[in-house]
Design a protein around this ligand. Structure first.
Ligand SMILES: Cc1ncc(COP(=O)(O)O)c(C=O)c1O
Length: 379
């Protein structure tokens, strides 16, 4: 099954990557084990020497984790998938695999708060130079390429403003200038259902699987899918730093991702209706929705205090960070997910104090709108 690249996305989400064991079970089992036994010392030595395939130790490979890795590689149309314990580990581990002191990374200013902090506080501490492009037009990235530029990192649609970027054009322009520059795209908001960065010229696609990939709010995890096997083989950081996911979390995600196409369809249907509702509401000032997926950012005319009142008044919608769950969630980026970014910088990139981020779930849309309506009437 894992070899079949021709199935549609709905089928791949369910069957992709699955190789049944000798028990011919219906659902792939959870191998919740830290290590694997050898028949004898010779076999152990052969496995360590790479002369015999087989499992050794879960940090180096686990059957349950591998099923999910194959499934995500099929969904993103890449060569190799890797699963990490968090989305942040899925960003830091692959990038640290090919960036070192003296190298240069280009990214945009509007990215998830902890990704911003990773680049600004950690990468710069390791001597990796980072340029943040303060622009509404990501096509300007190419103008910042230098001799030591090794990677470009994009997040599109971006968290939390929903700004989008033409991945195909950025990849073409960057590769025309230097084909060795690695282009890494965080595809958490769009998912492979709406966007496949590797097909557009990117080298690595990243997910916070905590969000739509798992979809049920019970796992924190991440993934990276590499376009090419050599690039993945050269990237050893997962093994060395030890950013390995728990097999149980991988097992939950294998279950969660089965409904990804169906969930994304409903998230989009609901978010379109909620966007229309918000746009027509007299108290709402701006609404940003990319047209697909379930994420909306909006501002109220009466600003911060009205926004806070709205958040404190929702009943069914959860007041919580995270996103992409079947349940609707609402949060305030300036004081929550993006509080780590200094206020002056936040405002420059459109993360105003009044901005509200809504992750539209797959409940009945009438109930989502009714909850927003009663909360807006209170604000
Ligand atoms: C776009 C994006 N990328 C990465 C992350 C980090 O993922 P995690 O929280 O799973 O480490 C997040 C978290 O919100 C995110 O929104």
């Amino acid at each position: 099954m894992s070899e079949n690249q021709n199935f549609g996305m709905d089928t791949l989400a369910i069957h992709g990557g699955i190789n049944h064991t000798n028990f011919n079970e219906h659902v792939f089992p959870l191998f919740q084990t830290s290590t694997f036994m050898f028949e004898n010392t010779e076999q152990g030595a052969r496995r360590f020497a790479g002369e015999e395939t087989g499992y050794i130790y879960t940090r180096m490979g686990n059957p349950t984790v591998e099923i999910l890795e194959k499934k995500l590689a099929l969904l993103e149309e890449g060569a190799v998938g890797r699963i990490y314990p968090t989305g942040m580990a899925a960003i830091s581990s692959p990038l640290l695999g090919f960036l070192g002191a003296g190298d240069h990374l280009i990214t945009e200013s509007i990215i998830y708060g902890c990704t911003d902090s990773l680049f600004r506080k950690q990468f710069e501490r390791f001597g990796i130079e980072v340029s943040f492009i303060d622009s509404v037009d990501c096509n300007q990235i190419v103008d910042h390429i230098k001799d030591n530029t090794k990677a470009v990192f994009l997040e599109t649609p971006s968290n939390p403003t929903m700004k989008t970027c033409d991945i195909k054009k950025v990849c073409a322009d960057v590769k025309a200038k230097n084909p060795d520059i690695k282009i890494v795209v965080d595809n958490t908001f769009a998912t492979p259902i709406y966007q496949k960065p590797l097909k557009m010229g990117a080298d690595i696609v990243i997910h916070s699987c905590t969000k739509y990939i798992n979809g049920h709010g019970d796992v924190v995890a991440g993934a990276a899918v590499f376009k090419d096997k050599n690039m993945a083989d050269m990237n050893h950081t997962q093994l060395d730093i030890g950013t390995t996911v728990s097999p149980f979390d991988a097992w939950l995600m294998i279950r969660g991702v089965k409904t990804l196409p169906l969930r994304m369809e409903r998230h989009t249907q609901n978010a379109k209706k909620v966007t229309e509702y918000l746009k027509n509401h007299e108290k709402v000032d701006t609404v940003a929705y990319p047209g697909f997926s379930g994420m909306i950012a909006f501002e109220l005319k009466e600003g911060v205090e009205a926004g806070k009142k709205l958040l404190n008044s929702v009943k069914m919608i959860g007041l919580a960070v995270s996103l992409g769950n079947v349940d609707s969630l609402i949060q305030h980026p300036a004081s929550m997910t993006h509080a780590i970014i200094p206020k002056e910088q936040r405002e420059k990139i459109g993360i105003t104090d009044g901005l509200v981020r809504l992750s539209v779930g797959i409940e009945n849309v009438e109930d989502i709108i009714a909850d927003l309506d009663q909360a807006l009437n209170n604000s």
